[in-house]
Design a protein around this ligand. Structure first.
Ligand SMILES: Cc1cc2nc3c(=O)[nH]c(=O)nc-3n(C[C@H](O)[C@H](O)[C@H](O)COP(=O)(O)OP(=O)(O)OC[C@H]3O[C@@H](n4cnc5c(N)ncnc54)[C@H](O)[C@@H]3O)c2cc1C
Length: 265
């Protein structure tokens, strides 16, 4: 373990998102007789994630154009109107077709414990502190305790010193991996909840909308508000139709609350 406590900032990285298979989309358009729609729609909507959601929704009523379903006498041609109507009606299930994968780095166990409470529509892979023996204790200091920052840092230093002391009582080089894992896991019990760790999180857009709403609310913990404020910025930038109804409002601590017009679609 190094000697100092490193103060770190939570990092949000967008790793992946839904991509269309254009051959498959063409096959589907041929199947429905929706070739005209495909050419027009692709021009209006180059965003794969939003396009897939629209496509899945239109497949429900064959609403790719007038004439494909005798019950349909008019259709919304514009993707913006189409998605807005989906949000307004609360037909959120089609938003589950497209996902985004994020890496949340330098986040605390406080954060990850709150994140994993969101079960619906998520996948996560969290750094194992049973396998990974921390060589340092990195930490983000919340603004609420900045005035006691010195004492905060000293406390972490002390935990680190004691951790190192106990860690030093084991002959790690002679231990089989299985035993190292068990001892590492036992030792982590004295590490602070605030220790910086990493998690990969995939969620569909229905879920992301919900988690942004819940976790940028002023009553949520500051770290998760900070992270989901960044998630909101990314989503509003990259999926402008799906997040068009979100309005940011600055909070006194510098984070923003993102409130949707259509809650929990
Ligand atoms: C400010 C704040 C304070 C909190 N304080 C506490 C606390 O003190 N203690 C505590 O334990 N938790 C607390 N939580 C966590 C909270 O109770 C939820 O567990 C968490 O926000 C996950 O949200 P969700 O239940 O909507 O689940 P998600 O998994 O995000 O699900 C989304 C929606 O899907 C539906 N759904 C999901 N799973 C089911 C299911 N099994 N059955 C039926 N419908 C389902 C529900 O409509 C749900 O709202 C807090 C959360 C916030 C934002």
């Amino acid at each position: 373990m190094g000697s100092g406590m490193t103060v770190v900032e939570p990092i949000v990285i967008k790793l992946a998102e839904t991509r269309l298979n254009s051959d498959g989309v063409q096959q589907l358009a041929d199947f429905y007789g929706a070739q005209g729609w495909l050419t027009r729609a692709r021009r209006l909507q180059p965003n794969d994630s939003e396009f897939l959601i629209e496509l899945a929704g239109r497949a429900c009523y064959r609403s790719f154009g007038v004439g494909l379903n005798p019950n349909v006498t008019k259709v919304r041609d514009n993707p913006k109107d189409y998605i807005n109507n989906v949000l307004e009606k609360g037909d959120g299930s089609i938003l589950e077709h497209s996902t985004v994968t994020f890496a949340f780095l330098n986040v605390s166990r406080v954060f990850t414990h709150e994140l994993v409470r969101h079960r619906a529509g998520t996948a996560m892979s969290q750094e194992s502190l049973r396998y990974v023996r921390p060589s340092d204790i990195n930490l983000w200091i919340p603004p609420e305790v900045e005035s006691a920052g010195k004492e905060f840092a000293e406390t972490v230093q002390e935990i680190k010193r004691r951790y190192h002391e106990i860690e030093g009582r084991f002959d790690w080089d002679k231990m089989p991996f299985e035993q190292k894992k068990r001892v590492t896991s036992a030792l982590r019990r004295i590490l602070p909840d605030g220790i910086a760790t990493n998690i990969i999180w995939t969620a569909n857009h229905r879920t992301i909308r919900w988690v942004i709403e819940m976790r940028t609310d002023p009553s949520a913990e500051v770290e998760i508000r900070k992270v989901f404020g960044k998630v909101a910025e990314i989503c509003i930038r990259d999926y402008p139709l799906l997040y068009s109804d979100f309005t940011p409002a600055k909070l006194p601590d510098g984070t923003s609350q993102y409130t949707p017009k259509f809650s929990k679609v």
